[in-house]
Ligand binder design. Structure first.
Ligand code: UDP
Ligand code: MG
Length: 334
């Protein structure tokens, strides 16, 4: 167990005369192969925890397979299981955001549908929650079998992210976590439509602690991430979390300008003393290319942020829900 700060006064939770309700939020996209397995593993864990009321919410993120049909079947066969059907594939971040708006528990556990997050860790998390912690995140002991390059790149990325902000970003912490309703409420109040939840979890604060878990291999189906979508997520994470790249661009621009000024004086003095001889084409070319590259990079960085501003100023809803437990959700009724 690692604590974020040294001193955290905790008030154990009490629920006079009623059972605390635990929601489990599971975003799913093309997970038909895992769902039955998931149903049985989760149920075998929550059946041993009758001191809580349970609500399992499957968020169907526009799956193209039979995931929704299976979710409906699970809902009909077990009243603890619910489903939310989004209007299309919005991506995992948005699916989580939709789920966060619909859960009703006193706390919420987020897990993946592919069982890489073991439901057997629920009791550990809930123990910490009952002790008074608000945000209990799963700390991965092993990252599972991941390509070497991807693991290295992901370490590098977290190092950069960590250095560029004041909020600690935790390595080896995924989306497997348990949040108290106070955190859920905080997340609901954030107005932005594009969210990088990993950053937000640490940004909102509250009392945090971790529980270790072994990440399992994905047994059914396949991962939804490829190199490009990971790169996208990485850029999105960086630009939504910190403005450090803008600062880096300014500092780089300043450094280059200072160097260029010194070089200019040198060339000027040299020309005045020894006269002008047309030479130095390679130098010219190198400086031109280097500067051109830097300018394009800086423009690109600025563009990323303007793009984000553009999207946020449209003030669009983050997602649309088609169906919740068999009730069609018409946006007009909202
Ligand atoms: N997921 C989703 N929408 C997407 C992509 C993924 O809801 O557009 C879900 C997916 O069904 C799974 C979780 O997010 O429950 C994690 O996805 P995945 O296992 O593919 O990611 P990985 O574990 O490889 O990081
Ligand atoms: Mg997975």
């Amino acid at each position: 167990m690692q604590d974020h700060s040294n001193i955290q006064t905790l008030t154990p939770r009490t629920f006079e005369g009623r059972k605390p309700k635990v929601s489990v939020l599971i975003p799913m996209y093309n997970e038909e192969a895992s769902l039955d397995n998931l149903f049985h593993r989760v149920n075998s864990v929550i059946d041993t925890l009758p001191q809580y009321d349970w609500e399992i919410l499957l968020v169907n993120d526009g799956s193209r397979d039979h995931s929704l049909l299976i979710a409906i079947r699970l809902h009909l066969s077990d009243p603890r299981w619910h489903y939310l059907d989004l209007s299309r594939n919005w991506g995992k971040e948005t699916a989580m955001m939709a789920g966060i708006d619909y859960v009703t528990g006193d706390c919420m556990i987020i897990m993946d549908a592919d069982l890489q997050h073991p439901p057997e860790a629920f009791p550990l998390m809930l123990d910490e929650w009952m002790k008074g912690y608000d945000d209990i995140y799963g700390h991965r002991l092993t990252r599972g079998k991941e390509p070497w390059l991807r693991r290295k790149l992901s370490m590098l990325y977290y190092n950069i992210l960590e250095r560029s902000t004041r909020q600690p970003v935790l390595k080896n912490v995924g989306d497997f976590r348990c949040l108290d309703s106070i955190c859920i409420e905080a997340l609901r109040r954030l107005p932005e439509s594009q969210r990088y939840t990993k950053g937000l979890f640490s940004w909102i604060g509250f009392r945090k602690t971790s529980v270790p878990f072994e990440q399992e291999e994905r047994t059914e189906g396949e991962t939804k991430w490829n190199f490009l979508s990971l790169l996208n997520l990485a850029i999105e994470g960086l630009t939504s979390y910190t403005t450090a790249p803008l600062r880096i661009a300014s500092v780089a621009g300043l450094t280059v300008s200072v160097l260029a000024f010194i070089y200019m004086i040198y060339v000027l003095v040299k020309t005045i003393i020894w006269g002008d001889s047309v030479q130095g084409f390679p130098t010219l070319l190198i400086v031109l290319l280097l500067l051109g590259g830097l300018i394009l990079l800086a423009l690109g960085i600025i563009g990323e942020y303007i793009g984000r501003i553009f999207i946020e100023t449209k003030r669009r809803p983050g997602y649309f829900v088609r169906d919740y437990d068999g009730t069609i959700q018409n946006p007009r009724n909202k």
